[in-house]
Write a protein that binds this ligand. Sequence first.
Ligand code: SF4
Length: 344
Amino acid sequence: MKLLLHTCCAPCSVYCIDTLRNEGIEPTVYWFNPNIHPYMEYKARRDCLKEYTKSIEVEAIFEENYGLDEFCKNVVNSLETRCQDYCYPVRLERTAKYAKEHGYTHISTTLLVSPYQKHDIIKNLGEKIAKNYGLEFLYRDFRIGFRDGQTKARELGLYMQKYCGCIFSEESRYYSHNNAKTRLLDGYNLQKEPRLQVKRIGNKEDYINMLLEADPSKNMIHKYLTNSDVYALKKGDEIICIAVILPISRKILELKNIVTKEEYRGKGYAKILLKSLCGNYKQKYEKMLVGTTENNIPFYVKQGFDKYEKTIKNFFIDNYEEEIKEGKLVCTDMIYYSKNLKKK
Ligand code: SF4
């Protein structure tokens, strides 16, 4: 096998290269990432990968292409689906082309390690593009080693990026860290806000309608609600966010549902409730699981649910009467991640 491994950055390559080498596969690293902006960020990631590949003596090819214009022109009309419509295909396509022209038999990508990426879409695209070039796509679910790879990268002092790469992902990162400032700009409202409190709820059934906004099946909710604990984040007397936690063994819990009232969404309240619950439960429990759709993985990973556990294929198709959609995407698989509650 002669493998060309598309590589987006040094930290993501750590676990992938280690795993492949343990399997006896020696990859050639291929850098082609015209999505990364601004130029200093592009350069920082590229140069770090150059240093790292040199230090571990792996062959590496650097295809220079910093193209803000080209990238923006191609994604501006479909920002919501830019990853799968343009960013993944353009990188995989170029990898396959280079591989074909230079005698490689297989291609793969370090994008398969990231819980923030749309894993199944990358796999399907990789297989399709490789086939078009008469190559094989080497698929591995590297997500299982994401946390270990990132830890090792930090220990090695590699450059750790703060956002996925493109200018739009940088904008999302900015807003996710600046909610407070955005709110102030919206109305210059400097009034003191009512105090936030987390309370356990006794009358669980009264909140079914709110829970249905996150899990649209009453049947499914009833399956877990009876044996679960339900908590509310209250602002003054108003409940603004609720979470359902099911103990599944002496040491393990599962977050079954978390939902914020529509008018309070995007302001970090789910994060506050989750943080408080994890802090509470860590006295007695070791791990909290969450099963989620592909779209919501980045939110949970940011809250510390960074260990990939498993995927239940077609869960939403098999268990829900109606098609579940998030934006334009139809939800199919349930993907499980966990958080180590004891980790500081
Ligand atoms: S968010 Fe990441 S994968 Fe998606 S378009 Fe931007 S750089 Fe590419």
